[in-house]
Every structure is written in structure tokens, then in C-alpha cells.
Design a protein around this ligand. Structure first.
Ligand SMILES: Nc1ncnc2c1ncn2[C@@H]1O[C@H](COP(=O)(O)OP(=O)(O)OP(=O)(O)O)[C@@H](O)[C@H]1O
Length: 645
């Protein structure tokens, strides 16, 4: 029962109690049932949704489930308290409550007037132990709204920047850290946690919902080094999940809700990767996972609490499914299957009587456990779930195997960054963090440090917003050569011609290719990487060093379309590379020629370049200037489209 010392992540559920009103109105409480094979000592429990009498029930396994009558004190003593001693020995810990809306997340983490939440109970414990051991305790409160991090203790701060120092520790620049000596100190500060008022700094059009976090910092003197050793415990209350496909989601704009859902999935993906000991952990998929990065892997412990509505709530099933998936990965059991038990209870019962087949049947859903939950919500019309991560492709025209390659997941920023040179970065300004030469480690080991948020424009209007239309030609296929190509610099950074010239050159090359003139009849001279990429290598008269397609790329290609496809991926990579180069080098007026870059964004880009000489290293970095995946895709399409102007 509780945290097994060998486990790093534990996933439990908490069934919310009924409110007075619900208790009055509700008669049927049999929607959720929990099976605990060994009572409180159960190592796993099964949560089933559906009327007991229904023939079909959805069941999922988690580490444990706290029932309606079990309160925060119990959860604290069994689940949270054991983590606190670890924090005093230098390990970080994180407690996360997540679930659908109205499932009691706030009551679990923050508590209510009469019942303290897990955070207050923990701070109390920290203070008692700190007094005994001579440690100091401080706290920080923050919220994450649409990837913008704000300080809840000092609302004058415009934004909090997420940095990572050379030791891999996350530095939250601009976040207050207030010493706490008593629980009443803490309670006074908590007012901000509960009721943040919109400040002048946060535009009113931003969503009301946010993820909220409390960090309890514990410092102890490090005798050997004469310095302070600090570790921390995070409490996070994720904003409520809601399936955006359903209508009537109480006024929250579906784009905002989708963003919330994405960050919940991103969190789950990180735990999934950690639980499966995967080499790449996608911390960069969301701001929250970046903030928590140094508290999630390694020796650190994570407690996930899936909060459930006791009454019918479809979104609760989705959340338990997510929790179960994480749990399953961590437990290492049934790696190839989901925890979902789709059992026809009656037939299973009779079958098990006849042939001793266990009642729990997993085989029905043995399939997709190795997949990641997509960042974008699955579309109702066929589950093409990676829309937000795709670039300028058109999946409808591709084969199933092509579609797999098209998922942007396959060209994660890490993969690209790994190939790039590490550059020292200078952080300017007098209020820079104490540690100079900050560098990013962890999943993106060779990445250059950057300030992740520098008051980035959240929403821009007018010419900054790319228009949406779908007429652009599909020229590209996502592919395995992206990383390699990205690493091949055929552009002289100092002297290469403007983008327009290069695009023109590429356009000419394409025209030549399409003209029907036999290649052997002419040799095409070009300096342009894209043009080179399009041409069979033996026909190009190289004027700069040129890297051919690897044999792997062209081997076994027996159709012109396959060859075209390989070349297309080069074109795409080159267009991306060119755009990044423009973003890193062009002046303001030139920047504004890019679709989606207007006055505000171009100024912001110039600001970013003051801080880091090359702020745009991969396509995902465009999100730092407030562009969505869709807008980035549109920008690229436009640049490709210009080739044919
Ligand atoms: N254990 C409990 N017993 C009875 N009522 C509860 C319990 N926990 C929470 N509630 C009630 O349920 C409602 C929702 O609780 P809470 O605000 O904590 O949910 P939430 O998941 O944080 O909601 P949101 O997603 O809107 O932020 C509140 O009215 C709260 O008083």
C-alpha cells in the first residue's frame, strides 16, 4: 500500500464525494465500481464504468483507488508523506491531480475551507521536519495559461521564463520564492493560489482556465561544499479535461480547451516515456513538462491522482484510460496491450465456467500500447490524430506507411537539435540567473539554451495571422532524411543570397525538371540546396560541396514516384531550413515578407535574436513566436507556393 520504494511513478484514482445537491438528486450510484482484490493491500485495482447490469463494461487497472468516503488525510499519509522524507534527502517529488472538470482536483490539492488539501498537509509536515533538521522552506506559486507561465505571488511579474542550467536544473526566472515559517504564513500566501485576479499583464482574452502549481523548496546546508542544497516538491492541479468534440462546454473556447487537453496528453506522454525507460522523453511538448522536467525523471518520484466524478461523466473514462495506460507502462506488464477490459460479462462468466478462462480478458485490445497519445486531439472523423503535429503534407494522398512517416512525432525537435552544433549562449541583462552559460541538457542534450518565454506575443491579428486555405501543392513527404538533410549546410551563412533569389533558383530548377528536356541534354548549374535536392546527382554541376542521397534512400526505388517522394522530402527540409535562416538573419522588413510575420512578431524575433544569436533551430521553435502548428504549416506551404509564382 502506498509508494513502493522501487517505483518512481504511482498512479491512483480518487473518487470525489457527492455534493449535497448531487446526493439529493442522484439515485443511481452504480456507474463506477472498484475492485480491490486484496482490499487496502491491493497492488492493483480495477475501475469499471457502466451500469452493473449492463452487458458491456469498460474496466481499467490502476495502482489504487481512493473512494468517496476516503479523505485527503488518508491520501496524504499513505501516498504523500512517504515522498517528503525523500525530498529531505535530495530527491524531488511531484504530486499531480488531473481529471475532467468538476471532479474534485482543487479539493484534493488545495483543499477547501474546512478540509486542508494535500499541499497544505505537506507544507505542515515540511515545516515540522525542517524545524527538527535546521532546513528552510520556501514556496512558489505559478500558473500556466496557454504555455505562458505567470507568478501567482507577484502579479507584477510579466512572465516567468523556463531555463535550464548546466546541471540540468530548471530555473524559473522571474518566479518568486517566499520563505515560509508557519502554516499560517502559507495560508496567507495561498489566497493567491486560489483566486488569481486577472492582472493588467494578462490580456483579458486569455483563457480563464489554467494549470496551477505550487513548489515547496527545501534547503539544507551542504556541509562539504558550504553551499545550500535545495530540493523541491511540486503540487500541480491540471486544468480540467473536456472532450472538445462534444458541444456545450460551458463557454470555454474549443481552441483553448484543446490546448489544455494537449498539455494533459503531453504530461502523460512524458510519464509514459519515463515509465518505459525510453531514450527520448518529450519534455518540450509542453511548458508544464519543461517546468517539472528536473522533478520527473531519475530518482525523483511522481504521484498521479486521477480525479473522478462519482456520477456519469464520459470524460472521466478518458482520464482513467490515460492513467491506466501510464500505469501499465510503468508496471512493465502487458506491454503490448491496453488495460482496457472490454468484457461481455455474461459470456465471460459462462466461458470461464466452461473452460477456466480467467474473467479478465486483455486479449481483445492487444494492440496499440506503444503509441503515444497524440498532442492534438483525435478527430472524430477517423482518428487522424496527429493533425497538429503534421507539417505541410496531405495524408490523403499517401500510402499507410507514408502516413506513419508523416507524423511529426518522427522528427522531434530533439532529433533535429542533436545534429546541430552546440553554441555558447550569452544571456544578456542584469537580472540574469546566477549561473552564467546556461545550457540545456536532458532530452535535448546539445541544445543551446534559450529563454523559453520572453513575453511572446500570444495572439496577433491582422496580417500576422496566416489565412487558411488548402490549395497549396503538396510537395513533401515527411521522411527519415530530415535530420540528415538538416545537418547538411549548403548555405554560406554569410554570403548566401536572399530567400527570394534562392526560391527563384529553385523555381527555375523545378521548371527545368518539368520541361521534359532529357536531363542528359543539359547540365543544370545551381548553388541552391533545394535545387540540388531535386536533381539527380550525376546531372548537377556542383558549385559547392554536395552530399548525395544515401544508398539507403535511393536503393530499391523502382518507380519514378518513389524517387519523387524521396526528393520531395529534401525539398521540404530545405524550405524549412531556408525559412529558419531567414528568421535568424533577416531584417525586420524582410521578416515581414514571411506569411504570418507582422509588426509584432518581427519585433519579437529581433528581441529573441538579441538574446541568442540563432533562436530558431528547428521548425518547432516557431511556436515560440506564438505560431500554432497549423500556422507554421501554412507558412511553409506559402513559401513552397511562391516557387511557382
Ligand atoms: N470529497 C468531496 N465531497 C463532496 N463534495 C466535493 C468533494 N470534493 C469536491 N467536492 C465538490 O465538488 C465540486 C467540484 O470540486 P472542485 O472544484 O475541487 O473540482 P475541480 O475538478 O477542481 O473543478 P474544475 O475542473 O472546475 O476546476 C465542488 O462543488 C466541491 O465542493
Amino acid at each position: 500500500m502506498g509508494f513502493n520504494p522501487s517505483r518512481k511513478i504511482r498512479v491512483v484514482a480518487k473518487l470525489r464525494g457527492l455534493t449535497d445537491k448531487e446526493a439529493e438528486l442522484s439515485t443511481d450510484l452504480s456507474w463506477i465500481s472498484v475492485k480491490k482484490p486484496n482490499g487496502e493491500a491491493s497492488e492493483t485495482v480495477t475501475i469499471s464504468f457502466g451500469d452493473q447490469s449492463a452487458s458491456r463494461k469498460d474496466s481499467y487497472e490502476l495502482d489504487y483507488c481512493y473512494e468517496q468516503n476516503e479523505d485527503n488525510e488518508l491520501i496524504f499519509s499513505r501516498e504523500v508523506k512517504p515522498l517528503i522524507s525523500g525530498v529531505f534527502s535530495g530527491c524531488n517529488a511531484t504530486v499531480v491531480a488531473y481529471g475532467a472538470k468538476n471532479t474534485g482536483k482543487t479539493c484534493v490539492i488545495q483543499g477547501s475551507c474546512d478540509k486542508p488539501g494535500l499541499a497544505a498537509l505537506a507544507v505542515n509536515e515540511f515545516l515540522s521536519l525542517a524545524e527538527l533538521n535546521g532546513n528552510t522552506v520556501a514556496i512558489s506559486f505559478y500558473e500556466v495559461q496557454q504555455d505562458r507561465v505567470c507568478d501567482l505571488l507577484d502579479t507584477k511579474q510579466s512572465a516567468v521564463f523556463v531555463l535550464e542550467d548546466k546541471l540540468g536544473k530548471i530555473q524559473l526566472k522571474g518566479l518568486s520564492k517566499v520563505p515560509v515559517k508557519s502554516i499560517s504564513d502559507f495560508q496567507k500566501l495561498c489566497v493567491g493560489f486560489n483566486s488569481r485576479k486577472p492582472t493588467q499583464k494578462i490580456p483579458s482574452e486569455l483563457p480563464r482556465r489554467s494549470h496551477k502549481g505550487l513548489i515547496v523548496h527545501v534547503s539544507s546546508p551542504n556541509e562539504n561544499l558550504d553551499t545550500l542544497q535545495t530540493s523541491k516538491m511540486n503540487f500541480v492541479e491540471l486544468a480540467g479535461y473536456e472532450d472538445v468534440r462534444r458541444k456545450g462546454n460551458d463557454g470555454l473556447n474549443s481552441v483553448e480547451q484543446t490546448k489544455i487537453n494537449q498539455s494533459i496528453y503531453a504530461f502523460s506522454n512524458v510519464l509514459h516515456a519515463l515509465g518505459g525507460n525510453e531514450s527520448h522523453v518529450p519534455y518540450r511538448e509542453s511548458k508544464l513538462t519543461r517546468i517539472l522536467q528536473d522533478s520527473l525523471g531519475g530518482v525523483n518520484k511522481v504521484l498521479m491522482i486521477a480525479c473522478l466524478n462519482p456520477l456519469y461523466c464520459q470524460d472521466s473514462i478518458s482520464m482513467v484510460k490515460l492513467a491506466s495506460r501510464t500505469c501499465q507502462k510503468i508496471n512493465g506488464a502487458l506491454v503490448e496491450s491496453t488495460k482496457k477490459v472490454c468484457s461481455l460479462t455474461k459470456s465471460v462468466t459462462s466461458l470461464s465456467k466452461k473452460s477456466q478462462i480467467p474473467k479478465t480478458v486483455y486479449a481483445t485490445t492487444k494492440k496499440q500500447l506503444s503509441y503515444r497519445v497524440p498532442l492534438s486531439e483525435k478527430k472524430a472523423n477517423g482518428g487522424k490524430s496527429f493533425e497538429g503535429r503534421k507539417l505541410f503534407d496531405d495524408a490523403s494522398q499517401l500510402t499507410p506507411s507514408d502516413k506513419e512517416n508523416l507524423v511529426l512525432e518522427s522528427i522531434t525537435s530533439t532529433e533535429i537539435i542533436k545534429e546541430e552544433k552546440v553554441k555558447p549562449v550569452v544571456v544578456h541583462g542584469e537580472d540574469q540567473p546566477e549561473e552564467h552559460g546556461l545550457s540545456v541538457h536532458g532530452s535535448t542534450s546539445s541544445e543551446t539554451i534559450k529563454e523559453e518565454e520572453k513575453g511572446k506575443p500570444v495572439a496577433e491579428h491582422g496580417e500576422d495571422q496566416p489565412e487558411e486555405h488548402s490549395s497549396t501543392n503538396t510537395l513533401v513527404k515527411e521522411g527519415q532524411v530530415f535530420v540528415r538533410e538538416n545537418n547538411i549546410s549548403m548555405v554560406d551563412q554569410n554570403k548566401s543570397p536572399p530567400l527570394s533569389v534562392r526560391l527563384r533558383e529553385l523555381s527555375n530548377t523545378l521548371k527545368a525538371l518539368n520541361s521534359g528536356t532529357p536531363f542528359s541534354a543539359r547540365r543544370i548549374k545551381t548553388n541552391d540546396a533545394l535545387s540540388r535536392a531535386l536533381l539527380p546527382t550525376e546531372l548537377v554541376e556542383p558549385t559547392t560541396p554536395f552530399v548525395e542521397h544515401s544508398t539507403k534512400d535511393v536503393k530499391n526505388i523502382d518507380s519514378p514516384w518513389q524517387t519523387f517522394s524521396v526528393h520531395n522530402s529534401d525539398v521540404k527540409n530545405s524550405v524549412v531550413k531556408e525559412c529558419l535562416r531567414v528568421l535568424n538573419t533577416a531584417d525586420k522588413e524582410e521578416l515581414k515578407k514571411l506569411k504570418g510575420i507582422g509588426e509584432k512578431r518581427s519585433s519579437y524575433i529581433l528581441e529573441l535574436r538579441q538574446e541568442s544569436p540563432e533562436p530558431f533551430k528547428n521548425i518547432d521553435d516557431l511556436k515560440d513566436i506564438g505560431l500554432t502548428a497549423k500556422q507554421i504549416k501554412f507558412m511553409m506551404k506559402q513559401e513552397v507556393g511562391r516557387l511557382f509564382d
